[in-house]
Design a protein around this ligand. Structure first.
Ligand SMILES: Cc1cc2nc3c(=O)[nH]c(=O)nc-3n(C[C@H](O)[C@H](O)[C@H](O)COP(=O)(O)OP(=O)(O)OC[C@H]3O[C@@H](n4cnc5c(N)ncnc54)[C@H](O)[C@@H]3O)c2cc1C
Length: 511
């Protein structure tokens, strides 16, 4: 099969797996396969064993042969990440259906010193879910069973390969919601969310996964199934081991089951989109929203004009308000529709009078709310369509949240388009730099400049996406060497042969 037809197949695969949400609209401008990550990131293969025929035979004995993919065209989509930034060279994808199968695979790979790359929905942004070289891809998509739901405590127990949106639809039937929501919800797995400690748009209201995850079951590199699948809210019996697996990006274990606390479904949801003149006014508006909307505030997102214009063009839809330099999307989750809509409308009127908001719209009609959200959620797909996207996910103190965007614009001139959008409430900004195609010249202008600017402002070089294979060398911008050393020690204890997701998270050099 030619590379071109393989790439077409890849596009079909991506459209198929993501047909339920904005990801399904992803179009590729180029038919060229991404460069191999090992070349792009200049990596040398570590001394892991090569996968041989005898290994494939063994995998086929544990799984049935349909769950061991070895055809190049079948394996290709699993080797490339959603952002087309990373490409591995794996020869085999394994699709286990149970923790026992995961355990058998890992125990065998550990003895043979075969490297393994755990993969969920493959929507990660930093290349953690695709191999660097020929690691075996352990794809969890067939581990998608809901195990139990206690609708009194709100505790859901499920397998790691459940798609976030499917879980949300399920718990909504029981008057609950998932505590996290993100643009990739139609494709990403709950196991992937746990392993990346995904944040998303409602972290402001429902907190991060270290709070919502009650327990996990995970398989260590040697095949041991570690049962921390507790469903209690309070449990101080010994060390809180579940936290080791939350955000460790598949380097300490493979998450196989998750117990998660689901909040009560709000009786009323209201969304507003506001236009503002400058970033300072966004901060003032945020302060005012916290005091005026109080406990019902569930999201406070900002986008600059470039970001929202991009998604408006991509969706072929005009924004419901005129064009402004900045936009804020406010959402409330409450218990009384009339009261909540009134509260948000009053807030809008007050802030239009004060001059902070130039124009705005408020709605509680589901179709219109979804429409407003789709402008915000489509930004990554819109920026990726027809271009090469450098996407950065950083945290900054709110008073300097937006400063790096104009700095980059000045530095890059007409070489690139730069936009900023993100979760103001958590200080997390996404900075997209969009160029017609990848060039080292532009990359060198952005990096390490951007990371140095983040460090100068006491920010974090990874807010919610993790380090994956794209950012391990940046860890020192945000983490003290004593802490990096403890991370290395943990990795050595949990995975002494280093077979789990090598080349990811921790830098090789010990710098
Ligand atoms: C349009 C779009 C919007 C997004 N919005 C957000 C957002 O708002 N907030 C946010 O935080 N992220 C966001 N993301 C990034 C991404 O969706 C999240 O990181 C998500 O949690 C990844 O889940 P996944 O199942 O796709 O994992 P993958 O991409 O498959 O894997 C991610 C990492 O987790 C590991 N992993 C996956 N499953 C397991 C498992 N079961 N056990 C152990 N390790 C595992 C992989 O090895 C890899 O290191 C967005 C992505 C897209 C494309």
């Amino acid at each position: 099969m030619s590379l071109l037809s393989m790439f077409n197949l890849l596009n079909v695969f991506i459209r198929h797996v993501s047909k339920q949400n904005v990801l399904g609209k992803l179009q590729y401008s180029s038919q060229v396969l991404p460069q191999f990550s090992s070349e792009k990131f200049n990596k040398t293969r570590k001394e892991f064993s090569l996968v041989e025929l005898k290994d494939i035979d063994y995998f086929k004995k544990i799984l049935d042969k349909n769950r061991v993919l070895t055809e190049e065209s079948d394996v290709l989509p699993f080797n490339i990440d959603w952002f087309k930034n990373c490409r591995g060279q794996s020869k085999v994808v394994l699709k286990p259906k149970s923790a026992q199968e995961v355990s058998q695979i890992l125990s065998y790979c550990n003895q043979r010193k075969i490297a393994v790359c755990p993969q969920g929905g493959n929507t990660g942004v930093v290349g953690g879910g695709v191999p660097m070289f020929d690691e075996v891809i352990l794809n969890l998509s067939l581990m998608n069973q809901i195990i139990s739901l206690d609708d009194i405590s709100g505790t859901l127990v499920c397998e790691a390969g459940c798609i976030l949106e499917n879980l949300d639809n399920y718990v909504r039937e029981h008057e609950l919601i998932m505590p996290l929501d993100l643009g990739a919800k139609g494709t990403c797995h709950i196991g992937g969310n746990v392993s990346t400690n995904a944040g998303g748009i409602r972290l402001l209201r429902y907190g991060n996964l270290h709070g919502s995850i009650l327990g996990v079951e995970a398989v260590k590199a040697d095949g041991t199934i570690v049962n921390c699948l507790k469903t209690l809210k309070k449990d101080n019996t010994g060390y809180h081991l579940k936290h080791l697996f939350i955000g460790s990006e598949g380097t300490l274990g493979v998450v196989t089951k998750v117990a998660i606390h689901c909040p009560v479904k709000p009786k009323s949801v209201t969304v507003g989109l506001f236009g503002l003149h400058n970033f300072e006014n966004i901060l003032k508006l945020y302060r005012s929203a916290k005091s005026s909307l109080g406990e019902i505030l569930s999201a406070f997102e900002m986008c600059d004009r470039d970001a929202l214009n991009s998604s408006s063009k991509y969706l072929k839809q005009s924004l419901p308000i005129s064009e402004y330099p900045f936009y804020v999307l406010v959402e409330t989750h409450g218990s009384n529709e009339t009261h909540d809509e009134e509260k948000l409308t009053q807030f809008l009127s007050k802030e239009m009078e004060s001059g902070l908001v130039l124009d705005g719209t408020v709605t509680s009609e589901p179709g219109k709310m979804q429409n407003i959200w789709s402008f915000r959620e489509s930004i990554p797909a819109a920026d990726l369509a027809g271009a090469y996207l450098h996407t950065y996910d950083v945290s900054l103190p709110q008073n300097c949240y937006y400063e790096i965007v104009p700095l980059l614009r000045e530095r890059l001139g007409n070489k690139a388009r730069v936009s900023g959008f993100g979760h103001i409430g958590d200080g997390n900004i996404h900075i997209d730099v969009i160029v017609p195609e990848y060039s080292t010249e532009v990359t060198n202008l952005i990096e390490p400049f951007l990371f140095e600017e983040v460090a100068k402002r006491n920010g974090s070089v990874s807010a919610e996406h993790g380090l994956g294979c794209r950012k391990p060398h940046l860890i020192h911008y945000s983490v003290d060497e004593t802490a990096v050393q403890l991370m290395r020690d943990l990795k050595n204890v949990m995975d002494p042969n280093g077979i789990l997701n090598p080349y990811k998270v921790l830098p090789d050099d010990g710098v």
